[in-house]
Write a protein of this length. Structure first.
Ligand SMILES: [Zn+2]
Lengths: 142, 433
């Protein structure tokens, strides 16, 4: 299972730089990042190479966070690659809460991080259509 | 459940009877203060009131207030109504804020005070079969002496433990099988924790606790009750008025019955001094109508409460006061509504936030702005913005329900609310009035 680290962001300049700086100092590699914002606060969502280590550091430094299970799908890196994946999920009636892309290692494949309403339904939909869920190793995650 | 009272004829008297006692005793007490307390007589004269103007409880509002400042001015003997040869005891506050308060008692005063504490012990289920473990401090503080005396009156085996020395507390508690614990709620929580750590819960025979002299929340009550396997009862009092037992909780645990045959309670608007109707939130004022040595009339407690005289399932007819919701000194007036920081604290704890918050009040275009900064907690955090927004909305409506006006909530990172010298600044009022 791949875990996303979700961190509470208050509406304050510099907090994001503090968090990324802290992770850099501790040799944590951020593989994907996405920010959701409301007017007064936000949620920073990250996939990092060592989630356990990173969350310990962030907690020590007084952040509020949660570990959120997500699915990462290998998306064919060609026109309509993502559109096909989304069509599959729409057919299977899987609700997507949010999604964002992850930095790819190879050239053939792109990766998308999905947070969905029903993980099992999601996995069945993806696997049944010749698509695949990515493993930690190919993403460089511990 | 069988109803038990220490003085049933008093505690379950009709409202009319209570009122009759109050009127008779008030008239007598005003005369006593006029004759024997020159300081109060002068205050009455300044207000143009004489004992002849006070014919019943209805006239109570005509009397001048006594405030903490009066106690300071009159320190130490200025409000004493009996020759010192008639006084047998003093008690005193710790004096953390300004000069200490010193209260005097005749033997009669001590007797009536102990009756009040005995009522509290019986309301908590106490009988002569009980072992009453008194861990309030003994000495100048009223806690130890009050519950000690009450426990004697009930006929409990009384353990005068005083506070501190946890090892000895727990040894006596297990060896003698203490059944009722009297102490501050924070000490009760500490003892509960120690019992758990030592794994001696099965040797503890406690069934009830009488906890007061400190503010404590419903949540803390549930924790203590669960950890010690007891019912935890609140008790209220202040040295100026006698000590613990001015009011106490019954099995209903929905407010504290004021011992109205000895103390008349009023709720006033802390700004204007006007008496407010029952059910209003305001400053609690007590008149002692039976005390000889320290006959304070209309003493302003600074505690903010609500009174309620609806019939109580326990059968007691004396009016109930809510747990103090704050101090009138802390009161803010926002858009014409009285707001107490402690009310905000209550809501935050109920909603799973820390009690670390900051209120920012300002005036923009002649209208008050009211913002509450609240620290996000792991429990209320989610990776979903919609869920955070939902929690925030529920906090906003709970605050509105409690305060009667809308506040803007601003969620901030944990530990980001400024603390100066370890103490958080709770209120920033930027209005230039
Ligand atoms: Zn009752």
């Amino acid at each position: 299972m791949i875990y996303q680290i979700s961190v509470f962001l208050e509406n304050r300049a510099g907090q994001l730089a503090e968090i990324t700086g802290l992770l850099a100092k501790n040799n944590v590699n951020i593989r994907a990042i996405s920010i959701a914002e409301a007017s007064d606060y936000g949620v920073l969502r990250m996939i990092v190479d060592d989630a356990e280590h990173a969350s310990a550091i962030l907690l020590e430094n007084g952040n509020v966070l949660s570990m959120t299970p997500v699915s990462v799908v290998a998306v064919p890196d060609r026109p309509a690659g993502l559109a096909d994946v989304l069509a599959v999920l729409a057919d299977a009636k899987v609700d997507i809460e949010y999604m964002y892309s992850i930095l790819a290692h190879g050239n053939e494949t792109a990766y998308m991080v999905f947070r969905v309403s029903d993980d099992e339904k999601f996995a069945n939909a993806i696997n049944g259509k010749g698509l695949r869920i990515a493993e930690k190793a190919e993403l460089g995650l511990k | 459940m069988e109803k038990r009272y220490y003085q049933p004829e008093v505690e379950t008297a009709s409202r009319e009877q209570i009122r009759k006692w109050q009127s008779e005793r008030l008239v007598k007490q005003v005369k006593h203060a006029w004759d024997n307390v020159p300081y109060y007589r002068k205050k009455m004269e300044e207000k143009g009131v004489t004992p002849d103007d006070i014919k019943s409880v209805d006239d109570l509002h005509k009397l001048p207030f006594i405030t903490k400042a009066d106690l300071r001015d009159a320190y130490p003997y200025g409000l004493v109504g009996k020759p010192l040869s008639e006084c047998v005891r003093i008690h005193s506050t710790s004096g953390t804020t300004g000069k200490r308060v010193m209260a005097f008692y005749t033997q009669h005063d001590v007797d009536l005070w102990e009756d009040c504490c005995a009522r509290a012990i019986v309301a908590a289920g106490g009988t002569k079969e009980d072992v009453c473990h008194v861990s309030y401090g003994y000495g100048l503080f009223t806690g130890g002496a009050g519950l000690h005396g009450g426990s004697h009156k009930v006929g409990c085996l009384t353990l005068p433990m005083s506070s501190g020395n946890t090892d000895r507390q727990l040894q006596f508690m297990t060896d003698l099988g203490s059944t009722i614990l009297c102490c501050t709620p924070s000490y009760a929580a500490y003892l509960a924790e120690s019992i758990k750590e030592r794994g001696i819960k099965d040797q503890i025979k406690l069934k009830a606790g009488i906890f007061g002299a400190e503010a404590w929340s419903e949540e803390m009550r549930r924790d203590i009750e669960q950890q010690l396997g007891i019912r935890a009862y609140d008790i209220y009092g202040l040295t100026e008025i006698s000590g613990p037992g001015v009011s106490f909780e019954c099995e209903a645990q929905t407010g504290m019955h004021v011992n109205e045959d000895h103390f008349i309670a009023e709720i006033i608007d802390p700004e204007t001094g006007e008496v407010l109707p029952e059910g209003s939130k305001g400053e609690l004022v007590f008149s002692c109508i039976t005390k000889e040595a320290f006959p304070l009339l209309r003493y302003r407690t600074r505690d903010i409460c609500v009174l309620n005289s609806e019939p109580c399932p326990c059968g007691r007819t004396h009016i109930k006061m809510s747990k103090p919701m704050g101090r009138s000194d802390d009161m803010l007036i926002i858009r014409g509504v009285n707001v107490f920081p402690s009310q905000i604290e209550t809501v935050l704890l109920e909603q799973g936030y820390q009690a670390n918050y900051q209120i920012i009040v300002d005036r923009v275009n002649n209208s008050d702005t009211f913002e509450v900064m609240v620290e996000m907690t792991p429990e209320n955090f989610s990776d979903s913005l919609a869920k955070i927004a939902e929690m925030e909305k529920s906090l906003v409506s709970a605050l509105k329900a409690m305060l009667g006006i809308a506040a803007k909530v601003k969620l901030v990172a944990p530990k980001s609310i400024t603390r100066s010298e370890g103490k958080a600044v709770r209120v920033i009022d930027k209005r230039k009035i």
